[in-house]
Ligand binder design. Sequence first.
Ligand code: GLU
Length: 506
Amino acid sequence: MTVRTRVAPSPTGDPHVGTAYIALFNLAFARQHEGQFVLRIEDTDQARSTAESEQSILDSMRWLGLEWDEGPDVGGQFGPYRQSERKDIYLEHVEQLLASGHAFKCYRTAAELDELRTSRQAEGKHTALKPSDLELPAEEQQRREAENAPYVVRMRVPEEGVCVVNDMLRGPIELDWSQVDAQILLKSDGMPTYHLANVVDDHLMEITHVIRGEEWINSAPKHKLLYEYFGWDMPALCHMPLLRNPDKSKLSKRKNPTSILFYDRMGFMPEALLNYLGRMGWSMPDEREQFTRDEMFANFDIHRVSLGGPVFDVDKLRWLNGLWLRDLSPEGFAERFAAWGLTPARTLPIIPHIQPRIETFSDVVPLAGHFLSGMPSLAPAQFENKAYDEELLLKTLQFGLWQLEAIRHWEKTEIEQRLFALAGQLDLKIRDFLFPFFIAIAGTSSTISVLDTMAMLGPDMSRARVRHAIELLGGLGKKRLKKLEREYRDASAVIEAKLAESGEES
Ligand code: GLU
């Protein structure tokens, strides 16, 4: 048997360090067994998937040295490798399940489902929705069918009992069927859900080992059942511990930058980031901290993965990156530094903003040095401004940060719309409103547009700098944050409504 593993990201945002972490372990496992590693794009959520996100995932993974043998851009004999191009395959399989009686068409409307849930709650029932709850009397089912009413296809699941799933790291895990709902397999728009597409693809792509994040453990019973319904062998399952923030909560962009693009922009070396990801829950047999990708592969053993939640600690990563950086020769350093910060790709977007404002090249760094820096070095006094007292200053930065966190498409127009709407809510003149953001992002207010700057720096770097400024100004304790959250709710509802309105107009 040839070992085949895969990573299956959904292209719905910036490339996440968690995706690279899972990809690394899949690749290591495949290489150790002289097998193949597949990259599959899971873009069945058409509303949230974008081509730019897919491209940045591919670019970032390559940048890190995670190379796939098959994928949407390199092809392979099991393609297409993008789920949106495999619709017919899923439909065929849904037909099969309907014909064998393992799935059923569910005509329940959203209102009916809400009602079902509320009445079950009132009865104190905490089990998942089962086919017996959902199926309509035969006559009603036929009536809706004849009316061509919209429907979804759901799978049949046992009402009770225990499902045992084997995990390569945990051994047998027992999961209760009563908690497993009659999962939707095909949405009313004809697109499959993750569960169906994932199982069908893993089988057809001959994946032998599914190494994925532990957030998918609860889905394993549904998947196991689908394999049984189709009469297929299930690949071996291995659920990796999730990356954590230093406070042990699940790694999230609210607390830590999670985008690989951020770590590139901060000037981390891809070798060091990959090395650090390799240390997430895993160690070399001799416990050495610095190792290359190929050294990891040569020594890889999945059973050395420990289940305690690995902490993704940016300070530790900085330290490790320092080791890698000091290993470079001066020539190597010069080359890598230029390739990081001085390529046309990096400088061209900035040039139109600075060229009209300067006389000599030596004016570039004072005006635009913040494009090459990480967190600007700031003093609280720089934020002094007659439009602000301490309270309003922190509130403005925190509300701004929440608005920046709500942005789906990181573009100047959306940043501007949101921040300007917020200025209106806070009753601040645009100029006054933007002042603390200039300081937080650029370290000075006499530089190029802070909105353009944020658009170019990207979401994680921009948010990290605003977060850094809030901390520098003394931070917000839990109590103050709670109070602000309450106030923010109203302001944000108004902003969302305004944005929805202008979205309809355009
Ligand atoms: N598309 C899923 C994700 O984004 C893949 C999960 C899996 O590996 O099965 O995490």
